[in-house]
Design a protein around this ligand. Structure first.
Ligand code: PMP
Length: 364
């Protein structure tokens, strides 16, 4: 009989947030608040729709994403030949894994963490070790420094953390950088970088002088509001690493609309900064109310909160869905009472907070 690749056939499913149309169908409601996928509730810069009018659907997209790489190169002051653009940063997680791993390589990452940091290495036959966060859900820098002595082929770290929220402070990041062995590729996933503020830790800046082999991942899906168009990027320590990631992706991976949109979004940083400021203010308001209800939510430097609702997360999901709100329930052992909720528009956040208060009332 035909045999599938067991590394792939045994993969855990990626736990995607419920789709809005599915939620409409299930609940019979039109007013769905989609708070499961960390999207930008304010949409994207008006520059984007103007740029999209210029698309030529019949032409292949630029396989090297020249305009977008040049724009990022100028903004980040990193040579364009060290930047690779992906069909979402998730494609870059796949490409990095394919470029750096072989069967029986080991990968170190953190739990709770981002699903693809485990799924993609395992698809490539690697063994994944997930190092826990501290009991109060902060990065265990001392523990990670020790775990790095095992010299994993890749160390995947999401900071700010998805799903937990905190970012490593610059000092913690420096400790980790000092501990990463020369044999390891450090993949720092900064999908939520823009929500940390101007004086937050900047992985590219910290890693630039480290002498390590590294990749920093960033995305247009969150702060720039382009999740549906799928654009993310990898900034590599050197040309050799970038070329290998490039070889590991498919040739026309980023479609023409996505490339135009991302360039247009970058030209309107003002829009992005203003949307991020509104999201951050709402996040802080929500965090205060969640705490006032007596629930634990670790400090977040992202556009979401990870909340222990002291209730089975699946039942909590159903409760919120019955109010037309999609949240993401956690199933990982030890975190079955946690949900992750994205910061939405103020009215959506109010609905979430009301439904959370109702959940609380039902518990006491
Ligand atoms: N990394 C992290 C930590 C994320 O949270 C996400 C999105 N959920 C991604 C990568 C992938 O984002 P995208 O493919 O949309 O760029």
């Amino acid at each position: 009989t035909f045999k599938l690749n067991p590394n792939v056939a045994s993969l855990p499913p990626y736990n995607a947030g419920m789709n809005i149309a599915v939620a409409r169908n299930k609940t019979g409601r039109d007013d769905i608040a989609a708070l499961a996928s960390n999207e930008n509730p304010y949409g994207c810069s008006p520059n984007v729709s103007k740029a999209l009018a210029g698309i030529e659907p019949s032409r292949y997209s630029d396989p090297s994403c020249t305009s977008l790489r040049d724009a990022l190169s100028g903004k980040l002051d990193i040579p364009a030949n060290r930047i690779v653009i992906g069909n979402g940063s998730e494609e870059m997680i796949a490409a990095v894994s394919r470029a750096a791993l072989r069967p029986f390589s080991t990968v170190l990452t953190v739990t709770p963490g981002f699903g693809l940091h485990e799924i993609e290495p395992r698809a490539n036959g690697a063994k994944v070790v997930k190092y826990p966060m501290t009991a109060d859900l902060r990065f265990d820098v001392v523990g990670l420094v020790a775990a790095l002595r095992t010299k994993p082929s890749i160390f995947f770290l999401s900071s700010p953390s998805n799903p937990v929220g905190p970012a490593l402070a610059t000092e913690g990041l420096r400790h980790i950088i000092e501990a990463v062995p020369k044999e390891t590729l450090f993949v720092l996933d900064e999908a939520y970088f823009e929500f940390c503020g101007a004086d937050g830790p900047d992985g590219v800046r910290e890693l630039e002088t480290s002498g390590l082999a590294y990749v920093v991942l960033r995305t247009f899906s969150k702060a720039y509001g382009l999740a549906g168009l799928r654009v993310g990027y990898a900034i590599a320590s050197d040309e050799r690493v970038a070329a290998a990631i490039s070889s590991a992706k498919t040739p026309f991976n980023v479609n023409a609309a996505a490339q135009l949109a991302a360039v247009a979004a970058l030209e309107d940083e003002e829009w992005m900064r203003s949307a991020v400021a509104k999201v951050v203010a709402e996040r802080e308001r929500m965090a205060r109310q969640v705490k006032a209800l007596g629930y634990f939510a670790p400090e977040s430097m992202t556009n979401f909160l990870f909340i222990d609702v002291s209730h089975d997360s699946g039942a909590a999901f159903d409760h919120f869905l019955s109010h037309g709100i999609i949240v993401k329930p956690w199933k990982e052992p030890g975190f079955e009472t946690y949900i992750r909720v994205t910061v939405g528009l103020p009215a959506e956040n109010d609905r979430f907070l009301d439904a959370l208060a109702e959940l609380k009332a039902g518990q006491s």
